[in-house]
Design a protein around this ligand. Structure first.
Ligand SMILES: Cc1cc2nc3c(=O)[nH]c(=O)nc-3n(C[C@H](O)[C@H](O)[C@H](O)COP(=O)(O)OP(=O)(O)OC[C@H]3O[C@@H](n4cnc5c(N)ncnc54)[C@H](O)[C@@H]3O)c2cc1C
Ligand code: SF4
Length: 535
């Protein structure tokens, strides 16, 4: 029997791939979803393991190791780089299986850095064009929160009830009001009531280890069941895309994959290919897809594929509030961070940072590292401090610079014979100024709070907090960008890329809501062009 030709082949089942797959299946397309990882059923999640159940007490990411095959760690090289790390996962659902789900809209100004600040570039689409997709995505995934009336943090109209502020967060709100900073309920793709056939959160505080009831949004918990119901989905797990194949005219004709379970290579044929492998792996796949018509890699006549790599820099502050110390210790993990300190200096680019609060959870005794001594006095002091726990994680904008990039090393291959990615990244002057401003604010916050400070932000920035963006950027000009505003490759009309690699620039906000909004917009565009017979 000849191999089938699918209408659409989606590569990668994370935040981007999940949305595209569900939308196109519901739109009537026969879709094959290729995912390099395999399903980890919620029953296997280690969310509820105690530290003593793990060989290194959880300090070596034992809870998440199910999602990251061991060979992946070594199949990347950092060259002439500052302290950054990229997050490459291999599991059905991508990072949505253990993300923290803070979902913040970009503001109109975030998309216009060149026009408003004379830096970087403008996005090829406006906030008004993106807003209807934000609105639809928020309803599809279920987002709790409020409209706080903040110009730099536009809100949706259909939020689920917000998460309440806990004691330490109320104290934070009181004590930093004088700095002009606000503490608002976080906006999170987390259900505060039953929604869309998923149960409400039961506040166990293990979102980043995997939610076993799908109260937090994930592709396998929310989008794949809908895609399956259409009868249009073919899911291939353990299907590692090695190369996107082009025909003589330069159009994409399919994907060459390696089955990770058998080691067998095969070809998948499709009329449209949508790449959703996340920033670094997407650039790697395009750069590894060379042909006579695309000698420098697919969709790369501009030479920008791999360039403009960026993502957040950040660091943490930990304080044990005196006011709360000595109370009976209790588990307040809740839904991890329940509030947010949004950007408050909106005039200067140095103010492009925000703080997410308490996402590392109350229950783990971080303070034990800082308390001197041993024995019963030590234990008493550790217990006494615990109810005062407050942590702030600063997330800072990093600018998109052409020399920060991903290339591939043809001489070094991974376990499947595919050239590995090489990351080169240096923080630029502006990145350091923003980071320093965040650090100064964190220290002023520490001064205002009466408590024992056990951790302050490091002097040197580090990146990327799993928020990598920018290696296949979109833009108006095909000479300086790889994609148009619908995430369609300028060079290859049946090739789309919809993950964070598409971002021309970033803000202080977490990227995933925008990734999903762009994916939804691209899916609408593909549906419409298919109807017209253009794809
Ligand atoms: C602990 C944690 C907390 C986070 N918290 C937040 C948050 O609060 N807010 C937020 O906005 N973001 C957060 N993120 C980031 C967020 O998860 C990512 O931005 C988002 O998942 C990116 O979506 P994606 O589809 O581009 O990539 P991913 O979700 O990473 O999915 C990519 C998929 O592609 C597959 N793949 C890669 N290469 C290939 C290939 N060659 N062939 C086939 N398949 C391939 C991978 O296996 C993976 O499944 C967090 C991430 C982590 C890890
Ligand atoms: S806190 Fe809520 S969303 Fe997070 S893992 Fe527990 S039940 Fe799931």
């Amino acid at each position: 029997m000849p191999n089938p030709i699918y209408d659409v082949c989606v590569i990668g089942s994370g935040a981007a791939g999940g949305i595209v797959t569900k939308e196109l299946c519901e739109g009537g397309a026969k879709v094959i979803l290729l995912e390099a990882g395999a399903e980890v059923k919620p029953g296997r999640f280690r969310s509820h393991c105690w530290p003593y159940e793990m060989p290194f007490r959880g300090f070596r990411d034992e809870k998440q190791e199910l999602f990251y095959p061991p060979d992946l760690k070594d199949s990347i090289r950092y060259e002439q780089s500052d302290n950054v790390g990229v997050d490459r996962i291999r599991v059905l659902g991508g990072r949505t299986v253990h993300w923290n789900a803070v979902v913040l809209r970009y503001s109109p100004a975030d998309l216009r850095e060149q026009s408003l600040n004379g830096i970087e570039t403008d996005w090829p689409l406006s906030y008004d064009e993106l807003a209807p997709y934000y609105e639809r995505i928020e309803q599809m995934i279920g987002v709790c929160g409020n409209d706080d009336g903040i110009e730099t943090l536009p809100a949706g109209r259909h939020y689920l009830p917000p998460l309440p502020l806990r004691c330490s967060e109320q104290i934070l709100r009181r004590d930093i009001a004088g700095m002009g900073a606000r503490v608002i309920s976080v906006r999170k793709a987390l259900l505060t009531r039953d929604y869309d056939n998923r149960p409400a959160c039961h506040y166990c505080g293990h979102c980043m280890d995997g939610c076993d009831v799908s109260a937090i949004y994930s592709t396998p918990g929310s989008m794949l069941p809908k895609a399956r119901r259409t009868g249009n989905l073919t899911l291939r797990q353990n299907a590692l895309a090695r190369e996107i194949l082009a025909d003589r005219s330069g159009l994409a004709r399919g994907v060459s994959i390696i089955d990770r379970a058998t080691g067998r290579e095969e070809e998948i044929s499709a009329r449209v290919v949508v790449v959703c492998c996340a920033t670094v792996e997407t650039a790697r796949l395009l750069l590894n897809s060379k042909s006579a018509t695309h000698p420098d890699g697919l969709a790369n006549s501009s030479g920008v594929v791999g360039r403009y790599l960026h993502g957040h820099s950040g660091s943490q502050l930990r304080v044990y509030l005196k006011e709360l110390q000595g109370q009976a210790p209790s588990n307040q993990d809740g839904a991890l961070d329940q509030c947010l300190v949004p950007r408050w200096d909106t005039k200067s680019f140095r103010g492009t940072y925000d703080f997410q609060v308490n996402f590392s959870g109350y229950m783990f005794p971080f303070q034990a590292h800082a308390v001197p001594g041993y024995g019963s006095a030590f234990k008493r002091r550790v217990r006494e401090m615990q109810p005062g726990f407050l942590m702030l994680g600063g997330f800072c904008k990093v600018t998109a610079h052409p020399d920060n990039r991903v290339t591939v090393d043809p001489n070094r291959k991974d376990a499947h014979g595919i050239p590995i990615p090489v990351v080169q990244f240096r923080f630029r002057e502006m990145d350091r100024e923003i980071y320093d401003a965040m650090r100064t604010s964190a220290l002023s916050i520490a001064d205002r709070l009466k408590g024992d400070v056990t951790l302050t932000p490091s002097v040197e920035p580090s990146g990327f907090a799993s928020h990598e963006c920018g290696t296949v950027r979109m833009g108006q000009d095909r000479k300086t960008s790889a994609l148009n505003s619908y995430c369609q490759a300028h060079d290859v009309k049946n090739l789309f890329v919809t993950d964070g690699s598409t971002f021309p620039t970033s803000s202080e906000k977490n990227p995933t809501l925008t990734i999903m909004a762009l994916s939804l917009r691209a899916a609408d565009y593909i549906k419409e062009r298919r109807k017209r017979g253009e794809l």
